[in-house]
Design a binder for this molecule. Structure first.
Ligand SMILES: N[C@@H](CCC(=O)N[C@@H](CS)C(=O)NCC(=O)O)C(=O)O
Length: 242
């Protein structure tokens, strides 16, 4: 059994997609980030960077429970554990790892900052908005170029690199102003083809249902949180460290 600690977030959904693809037994635990549960000592022992996702595998590599934090590390751990969705051959495996790292190191942080500055920051911040919009658009072009040359990010096969990236494109479609509208991905035809193929996978549909359940719990938790708790979540106001 695998315990997944999470919320409604692309970083969590990538783990849920993989768990569903692999058919592993898992149960979800909502972490109330608005209520500060990520700072509880017991949570920090599992996830020292106070973030979700984190998993606990009760049949870890040495027989007992094993904890993994950081979504990219979780994907690699689960794929290796199952021997699926990560190629064995060294060159093919490296290509998949390169695109997985590209998601973790570039797509996640840049899209995350763009979301923050366009949705959650106080008014102003024109430079931040422009900077992260440019970066996000540049990254969309990198993906488009790659997917015009190969069916999937890692090459011919669907792998953890696609699983890591898909939820971020899905989130971008509802968050980023230049992607609004029904033909949102029309300007990126290869990415659009890839996105539609992944969205239609039954495991992905099931993972989106889990995300929706997390979303309902987040709405309730954030609805109950006071302004101070929200400032703490975003590291702003009296929680900013100039
Ligand atoms: N690099 C981390 C990022 C995870 C992350 O940013 N998680 C956010 C939710 S999307 C979080 O838990 N934030 C809580 C906080 O910062 O207090 C990963 O990929 O797992």
């Amino acid at each position: 059994m695998i315990d997944l600690y999470g919320m409604c977030s692309p970083n969590v959904t990538k783990v849920t997609i993989l768990l569903e693809e692999l058919g592993l037994d898992y149960r979800t635990h909502h972490v109330n980030l608005a209520g500060g549960e990520q700072y509880a000592p017991a949570f920090l022992r599992r996830s020292p960077n106070n973030k979700v996702p984190v998993i606990v595998d009760d049949e870890g590599p040495e027989g007992g429970p094993f904890t993994v934090f950081e979504s990219g590390a979780i994907l690699l751990y689960l794929a290796r554990r199952s021997g699926r969705l990560l190629p064995e051959a060294p060159a093919a495996r490296s290509v998949v790892e390169q695109w997985l790292m590209f998601q973790v190191a570039s797509i996640g942080p840049m899209f995350g900052q763009l979301s923050h500055f366009t949705r959650y920051a106080p008014a102003g911040n024109d430079y931040g908005k422009a900077r992260y919009t440019s970066e996000a658009k540049r990254l969309f072009k990198v993906l488009e170029t790659r997917l015009a040359a190969a069916p999937f990010l890692g090459g011919n096969e669907y792998t953890v690199a696609d699983i890591a990236t898909f939820p971020w494109i899905r989130t971008a479609l509802s968050y980023f102003p230049w992607l609004e509208g029904q033909q949102a991905l029309g300007q990126y035809p290869a990415l659009q083809r890839w996105f539609a193929a992944i969205a239609a996978r039954p495991a992905v549909e099931r993972a989106i249902e889990v995300e929706e359940r997390f979303r309902a719990l987040d709405i309730e938790a954030f609805g109950k949180a006071d302004a101070d708790a929200i400032d703490r979540f975003y590291g702003r106001g009296r929680f900013a460290q100039p």
